[in-house]
Structures are given as C-alpha cells and as structure tokens.
Ligand binder design. Structure first.
Ligand code: SF4
Ligand code: SF4
Length: 134
C-alpha cells in the first residue's frame, strides 16, 4: 500500500502556487518516470524531470535550487509521452517564474566577458534574458 505523506502548510501553499502558475494538476503525477526517460537534456540536469515533479508534489521548495528548471528546453517530448497528460515544461516555467519574481537573475549581463558578449548571437542573448532574468 502506498505511504501517505502529510504536508505542512508551507508545503501545501508551495504546491498550490506552482499548480496555479503552471495550470497543471501536479497531483496527477504517478512518478512513472516516462518524462525522464525521454528528456533530451537529462544528462545535464541535476535532478530528473520526474524528480522535479515529485519535489513539487511534496512541496519541497529546495527544488528551486535545482538547475533542471533552467535547462528544460520546452521541447514537449515529455508532454506527448506522459500517461497523465502532464506538461513538465509548464511546471519548470512556473518554478522559474517563482524564482525570478524574487528578483533573482540566473544570467547577469555584467558577468559575461565583453569578448564573449561580442561573439554571442543577439537572438540567443535576447532569448536568454527573457527566460533567465527578472
Ligand atoms: S511522465 Fe507524467 S506521470 Fe510520469 S513521472 Fe513524468 S510527469 Fe509524472
Ligand atoms: S519539455 Fe523539458 S523536461 Fe520535458 S523532455 Fe523537453 S526538456 Fe525535458
């Protein structure tokens, strides 16, 4: 019989917030792992997409320290394969928004060396700033 987990208020509020922001019913996730199995960027992630879902599910806010949400490429491979119809990329986006709303930038323009800045494609820079800065 599966073990019942009782969440404290803080954890419940975190789950509610990410559910609202993502529009995904995260509690439907049954941890089958299919999303992790097909993710093209999993090798660079520190936690798998299914672990990310699990952490949100139990209201574990340390998920915000993970780099997985920043690496999700929104390719939707997991979405088309998820037996529960969940979109992990929307959950990752909700986690990014939660972090960015605390005015925490994942990329800082003044920390990019000038020579590197001059060589980077402008479209990539604009995309990065849209996704990774507050
Ligand atoms: S594929 Fe869907 S149900 Fe399975 S672990 Fe991933 S998000 Fe959860
Ligand atoms: S949408 Fe994100 S988590 Fe899902 S397979 Fe693509 S990169 Fe991985």
């Amino acid at each position: 019989m599966p073990k019942t987990i009782v969440l404290d208020k803080k954890s419940v509020n975190f789950l509610k917030k990410i559910t609202e922001l993502s529009g995904e019913i995260i509690t439907l996730c049954d941890q089958c792992g299919t999303c992790s199995g097909g993710c093209p960027v999993i090798e660079d992630m520190d936690i798998t997409p299914s672990q990310l879902m699990r952490m949100v599910l139990i209201g574990d806010q340390t998920v915000l320290q993970s780099k997985t949400m920043w690496l999700c490429a929104t390719c939707n491979t997991c979405t088309v394969r998820c037996p529960r119809g969940l979109d992990v990329s929307k959950v990752a986006e909700a986690l990014r928004q939660t972090t960015l709303r605390q005015s925490i930038d994942k990329v800082k323009i003044d920390e990019i060396p000038k020579e590197e800045l001059a060589e980077l494609p402008q479209i990539a820079l604009v995309a990065a700033f849209r996704k990774l800065t507050s």
